[in-house]
Design a protein around this ligand. Sequence first.
Ligand SMILES: O=P(O)(O)OC[C@H]1O[C@H](O)[C@H](O)[C@@H](O)[C@@H]1O
Length: 458
Amino acid sequence: MDELLSVSVGGAFVGGDRPVLRENIDDLSRMVEEADVLLREKGRDDVDGFGWINLPYQDLSETIEIGRWLSGFEAIVQIGIGGSALGNRMLAKALLPPFYNELDASVRKAPKFYLLENPDPKTAVSLLDRLDLSKTAFIVVSKSGSTTETAAHFLWAWQKVREKMGERASDNFLIITDPRKGILRKFAKSTGCRSLNIPESVGGRYSVLSSVGLATASALGINIEKLVQGAKEMDQRLALRSHLWENPAWLLACINLLHAKAGRNMAVMMPYGDDLADFAEWFAQLWGESLGKEGCGTTPVRALGAIDQHSQLQLYAEGPDDKLITIIDVNNRPLFLLPDVVDIDALKDLEFLYGKALGDLLSIEARSTASALVKAGKPIIYLKIPEVSERYIGALVFFYEYVTALVGFLMKINPFDQPGVEQGKRYIYSLMGRKGYKEYVKEVEEYFGACQKMEIII
Ligand SMILES: O=P(O)(O)OC[C@H]1O[C@H](O)[C@H](O)[C@@H](O)[C@@H]1O
């Protein structure tokens, strides 16, 4: 059987005066096994929050059909935020060519792709300036159907397209939301525009392998069947590994818990290669929102190799011992060879680079960083995937969702809710004048007043 990913945990045993030992991990064996049983049982029953575990087995035909329709547009703009955008960003960055939107249409062979996430007027206005609205599809994604940033972008885009296309505006909109509830579902019903469901039991940050991530991916020419196939293979292989030291998800869950308990309250995610940069971004939401509650959790830190070797590595190596650092390396990178010889004497000292492959350099850097950190007594996990392609990204995504859920169970918290985010949302609604939220205005005045108690103006 060919590998989907490999995890080396040797470096994770390190950790200055607070190492995590094999016996500490063994002690968690029963707990992680029970957590796994719970995860799979609740997944099978499609309990709220657990539905992502069934996504590898979904029927993709409707999503593929919608993807085909979307691919006929000149550009597609996905409006969403958090779990309704980060997965799309991650897939596009990993699986589309670099500088995708700048490629000639004949090379690109699919629409340009934009995301509207942050309600930043400069981005919104300059995006609009470069689009022909009649040839642009807007995909509005929100599980709740009422996230303020998404609602604001949606209203704005809808009005603009209405001005241009009149009654036919709904032909350019796709709504992806809860099957039954929410404003967007109502909108889709009343205008008759196309829509897809986000399964009720799947939460935003676990939704990239649902219609949320897959509709645009499919429109952009990403092979979503292979993506989902990779997730399925990972699920099936994990299900067969019933021993702690053979199951990489169990192992990583235990190691993460133990390092958190040992006071390492940061989880650095450091993939190597630009194509995986947004994987760290996607991971940050998954990890942060799933585990950060009831005083638990470790703070996800996005890093990027090799860039952060020249920015953060000093801190990781010699700063406080408060991090568990995951390095992701890739086996096969596209071949790009440096020149064999450069005929200038002044460059002779660079001959160690002659004829070398740039991708090999990246990998050597990943291994060197791992070694340097272990030498410095800092715990690392070294994870390797065969290549950055649909199958392995699908497997990696599913793997991290699995690990995150298990860590949540080991921490005895619910990894599928996010109560801490809701307060901020209520305050936004109150300040924006949403009906039913007036009572919170006073609270904002009180707490914001408290945070301004000592204001210094210069
Ligand atoms: O998909 P939506 O309902 O619009 O939610 C978008 C995001 O909103 C909130 O901030 C939640 O904390 C996130 O988990 C979610 O992904």
